[in-house]
Design a protein around this ligand. Structure first.
Ligand SMILES: CC(C)(COP(=O)(O)OP(=O)(O)OC[C@H]1O[C@@H](n2cnc3c(N)ncnc32)[C@H](O)[C@@H]1OP(=O)(O)O)[C@@H](O)C(=O)NCCC(=O)NCCS
Length: 175
């Protein structure tokens, strides 16, 4: 069967319901991979997702990957508000529908975020829970490198989780 084509684009506020559905699906699947609990995200409702889509600073953006008309993956970049940290982008909220994994879908999505980040910031940072080797391997394949470990950054179901800090440096400077 021929698949519908993939399209990656920046989300608009009208995409908030599908964005929310995917975000909640991701947290339900693996709460220890995400920085917010399901109940909080669900209770916040659509306004939170519309706000995330609008962003705060120039360069803040939410991307979606679509299979035909259906949103099948999400990923965002936001910048720190502080003047001395505004050169940093944070990759967040990465989730791709299980049926689309192992395909080009996630790579197309994150390459779009990387291309966007390159235009706005000097470094792009991501956090990966250490029990998520698949995401780690994926990011490393795309060019992210090890930067450190945040100990006990998440607590889910009474258990602490460390996250690895991964970074992509666009400056060309030696680390
Ligand atoms: C993370 C995610 C977007 C990656 O997309 P994907 O389509 O699964 O990625 P790919 O299949 O292209 O790449 C996965 C890599 O992990 C490898 N891999 C798969 N299972 C693995 C495992 N258990 N241990 C180690 N590596 C693994 C694959 O071989 C592949 O590496 P390679 O290309 O070097 O061979 C997707 O898996 C996802 O949405 N996961 C759930 C949410 C999530 O983890 N979000 C990230 C939060 S930081």
């Amino acid at each position: 069967m021929t698949q519908s084509p993939l399209l990656v684009r920046v989300l608009a506020e009208a995409d908030a319901p599908a964005f929310r559905d995917l975000r909640l699906a991701g947290i339900a699947e693996h709460p220890e991979y995400f920085g917010a609990p399901y109940a909080e995200e669900e209770a916040a409702g659509l306004p939170l997702f519309e706000k995330r889509i609008r962003g705060g600073l120039p360069g803040d953006a939410m991307f979606g990957v679509f299979r035909g008309a259906r949103m099948v993956g999400i990923a965002g970049m936001f910048r720190a508000a502080s003047g001395t940290m505004r050169h940093r982008g944070t990759l967040w909220g990465v989730y791709v529908d299980p049926a689309e994994r192992g395909e080009e879908t996630a790579e197309r999505l994150i390459r779009a975020v990387i291309a966007h980040a390159r235009r706005h910031v000097d470094v792009l940072t991501g956090l990966v829970t250490v029990t998520n080797p698949r995401a780690r391997a994926f990011y490393v394949r795309l060019g992210f490198g090890f930067s450190g470990i945040e100990r006990k950054i998440l607590k889910v179901g009474g258990r602490h989780f460390d996250q690895e800090i991964l970074v992509m440096d666009f400056t060309g400077e030696a680390p």
